[in-house]
Design a protein around this ligand. Structure first.
Ligand SMILES: [Zn+2]
Ligand SMILES: [Zn+2]
Length: 178
């Protein structure tokens, strides 16, 4: 069950329980997704798969505030709701499918009941989940960090800037042969 939820991208539930400060990033050497806790004392991030180490700059983490990305290290970070999009889309799908079936059987209360119920769950989930901080450049995600608001919301202009940088260097990620 827990694994199934995680497959849906629902590991934000564990965040709500623990409230620890952690980062999720893709290892720059082997692309393995890594999730690890950190604090201002942490000096490096290490990949469990290929042992690639990333040194953290002294000024990157102050208290439990993140000044710049620990991985790339870019200062452009943005705030977003830690809501797994796939779950939202799945819920809307279930709502439409369920209500269509009820509609087919000309059951009006169920048709609207299912639609409203799934829409309500959608809204509730959205309100319950916390915020996450994301790096424009390397897409690392930070959870449990203080004062995320100081980084601002998603801006298309900055996203576009990094997308173009990425497009210009396709060979930026060396893959290891294992
Ligand atoms: Zn690695
Ligand atoms: Zn980054």
């Amino acid at each position: 069950m827990a694994q199934g939820l995680q497959l849906l991208g629902f590991d934000s539930l564990s965040f709500m329980k623990s409230c620890s400060v952690n980062i999720t990033y893709a290892c720059p050497a082997c692309d393995t997704p890594i999730r690890t806790e950190f604090d201002s004392e942490t000096s490096e991030l290490a990949c469990k798969h290929c042992d690639k180490k990333i040194a953290i700059a002294n000024d990157a983490v102050v208290g439990i505030q993140v000044g710049k990305c620990l991985v790339c290290p870019s200062k452009d970070l943005f705030l977003r709701k830690d809501f797994p999009q796939r779950v939202g889309v799945a819920l809307v799908g279930i709502g439409i499918l369920g209500s269509s079936v009820a509609w087919y059987y000309t059951n009006l209360p169920w048709t609207f009941g299912i639609l409203f119920a799934t829409a309500l769950i959608d809204v509730l989930l959205y309100t319950l989940v916390g915020d996450a901080l994301m790096c424009y450049r390397c897409h690392s995600q930070y959870r449990g960090v203080a004062e995320m608001e100081s980084h601002g919301q998603f801006e298309l202009e900055i996203h576009e800037k990094y997308r173009q940088i990425e497009a210009r260097m396709p060979a930026a990620k060396p893959h290891e042969t294992t």
